[in-house]
Write a protein that binds this ligand. Structure first.
Ligand code: ADP
Length: 337
């Protein structure tokens, strides 16, 4: 959670758009990011996340709208005067400079004196978990260590905002998960505002105070991981965050979203609790996970779904695999189809 007093800046986007001759990258997006918050911009490829980050940084010009940082209008302020720390996948390290020299670079540009540079570089390397790597060249580091150097370099001049565009995108799963935990720790330690772009919903759920879900150049919903999971406002959000079984309601042009742990499979329809709906399903696979069971199901119209349970289905027929899915309507959102 964001601290009550924070060194991070507040960011306000008001109706921002970015049009290109043949495409609309971003379409009238508004977003309030709190001081010290870890805000993740989440969405599929091409949904406008990087464009939003570029507009905050000043790398691209606005077609419409306003960008405010701490209530100051930024529209015409050049990139270097916005005082933002930036960690992008393409923002490479200087290959001929040592780790320490890479991290010192932003301070030298700002004409900070030598003794202070030495002290701040040491502190930034410490925060980024790079103690002992000072004299190595980037080529002598792993991908994860290189991203830590990029992070230290972005933090060393104590910017009030850090912009991160898929910084873990090139790393393998294990390293990625380690660095996710590190990023959370660093965010807590430095108390700055982090704006983080990813297309990976698990990464977003792990890291963020709040998540803005992007789709086709617009924000569909902003909320905590739990709000997005429990009360999605659109079908897109429900399907993008977490697993679900999507049941079409023919009479009303809506769908009902049943989360895996909120549905139950029954041997016969009559054992459903009063008031609880049922649909016939076929169980394709029953997978034992140690902590419980996962059932891959198929609805009568061919739609696949998934249900989790602490117990197995002893009654399930080998040949037929027929069951009934039931759920409590109160915990299954009904959304426009
Ligand atoms: P994301 O970061 O979510 O993957 P982007 O913000 O990079 O998405 O892109 C959003 C949309 O804008 C995409 O359809 C992309 O093709 C388009 N776009 C981005 N940059 C340009 C550009 N320089 N010229 C034309 N179209 C662009």
């Amino acid at each position: 959670m964001a601290k009550e007093t924070t060194a991070g800046a507040q960011i306000r986007l008001e109706g921002i758009s970015k049009h290109y001759p043949n495409s609309i990258a971003l379409d009238d997006v508004s977003l309030d990011i709190k001081a010290g918050e870890f805000m993740t911009l989440l969405g599929p490829s091409g949904s406008g996340k990087t464009t939003t980050l570029n507009l905050i940084a000043g790398f691209a010009s606005l077609t419409t709208g306003d960008v405010y940082i701490d209530n100051k209008l930024m529209n015409d302020v050049p990139v270097h005067k916005r005082e933002l720390g930036i960690v992008f996948q393409h923002y490479a390290l200087f290959p001929h400079m040592s780790v320490a020299a890479n991290v010192a670079f932003p301070l030298q540009q700002r004409k900070v004196d030598k003794a202070e540079i030495a002290q701040r570089v040491t502190a930034a390397l410490e925060v980024a978990g790079l103690h002992g790597f000072e004299s190595r060249l980037p080529a002598e580091l792993s991908g994860g260590q290189q991203q830590r150097v990029a992070l230290a370099r972005a933090l060393v001049f104590e910017p009030r905002v850090l912009l991160l565009d898929e910084p873990l995108g090139a790393l393998d799963k294990k390293l990625r998960e380690d660095l996710q935990l590190e990023l959370r720790r660093i965010h807590r330690e430095v108390g700055r505002t982090f704006v983080f772009v990813t297309h990976d919903q698990e990464e977003a759920l792990t890291l963020s105070d709040r998540i803005a879900v992007f789709n086709s150049g617009k924000i569909e919903q902003v909320g905590t991981a739990q709000e997005l999971y429990d009360t999605p406002k659109t079908r897109f959000v429900a399907e993008f965050i977490g697993d679900s079984t999507v049941i079409k309601n023919d009479s009303s042009n809506t769908v009902t979203i049943v989360r895996p742990e909120r549905g139950q499979l029954l041997a016969d329809e009559s054992s459903a609790k009063p008031g609880m709906p049922t649909v016939p399903v076929t169980v394709r696979q029953a997978i034992y996970l140690g902590s419980g069971w996962k059932f891959e199901i198929v609805l009568p119209d061919g739609t696949p779904g998934v249900i989790r349970s602490n117990t197995g289905l002893e009654w399930l027929g080998e040949a037929e695999n027929r069951a009934f899915l039931t759920w409590a309507p109160a915990v299954a959102p009904e959304l426009p189809a």
